[in-house]
Design a protein around this ligand. Structure first.
Ligand SMILES: [Zn+2]
Length: 256
């Protein structure tokens, strides 16, 4: 499910799904994933503003594990309130440092009529939002590449990954140390340029996440952290206070 695609194979000219609906339905576009040679066509559900790109021709499908060929990064912007999105606040809420999520839930209880839209706030919602938009575009006045470190935004991180960032990672060979209560990941997925240390204080949280990752060690793991450099070159560390900071992305619901 892609909300944007490229007109050219060199992936220079971005086209958004809402622009493409005005064009010929038989025009083929290129997948946002530069490694994927799928040809995409615009699809729109009648009477809905939600248009998206799909690989509808069986001879030009997404490659296996292309996230844009699955429902795992589906993001329907109509269900969220972009105007109230504050990235740093949302991240701090993931760390358990603020109670914005609880506060906004409570205020929702008193509203009458339609349920209030809220900004993206879980790690999955923020990740899907970031993946559904090009890295140079903005959501809630914040550039996508500034929120998420992935293959596409790597060029923005020449010296490392610092501060509040979501990382799209995979496991390192030796991926945990139970004595230190740490988990080791690497990102971005293709270059594996940087190493990341997830530092747990709570043993139950550590064990739960370690087991989840152990059972999904071939999958993409996303982590919202407040990253700091370590003594080791290209290693960055963040504390993980709760399960909300980590999610595993499974390529389910293939659309091709
Ligand atoms: Zn693809």
């Amino acid at each position: 499910m892609a909300k944007y695609a490229f007109r050219d194979e060199q992936r220079k000219e971005i086209i958004y799904s809402n622009e493409a609906v005005k064009e010929d339905r038989n025009t083929a576009f290129y997948c946002p994933n530069a490694d994927c040679n799928a040809q995409l066509y615009i699809c729109a559900i009648d009477g809905s503003k939600a248009a998206y790109f799909r690989a509808t021709k069986p001879q030009h499908p997404h490659i296996p594990n292309c996230l844009y060929g699955t429902r795992s990064i589906e993001f329907d912007e109509n269900q969220f309130d972009e105007s109230r999105f504050d990235y740093d606040k949302a991240m701090e809420s993931l760390f358990g440092l603020t109670d914005t999520a609880i506060a906004s839930n409570k205020s929702g209880e008193h509203s009458i009529g339609e349920p209030q839209k809220h900004p993206p706030r879980t790690i999955r919602q923020m990740y899907s939002m970031c993946k559904s938009l090009p890295v140079k575009s903005k959501y809630g006045n914040k550039e996508i590449g500034e929120m998420l470190l992935d293959d596409r935004s790597e060029y923005r991180y020449p010296k490392g990954c610092f501060g509040n960032r979501i990382i799209e990672a995979t496991v390192k060979k030796r991926f945990y140390d139970s004595e230190k209560k740490q988990i080791y990941l690497t990102a971005p997925v293709t270059s594996k340029k940087y190493s990341f240390v997830l530092d747990f204080s709570d043993n139950d949280t550590y064990k739960f996440i370690r087991n989840e990752i152990f059972n999904n060690s071939d999958k993409i793991i996303i982590v919202g952290g407040k990253w700091k450099p370590t003594d080791k070159y290209n290693y960055f560390i963040s504390s993980v206070n709760g399960r909300k900071q980590v999610a595993i992305i499974k390529c389910f619901g293939s659309l091709t």
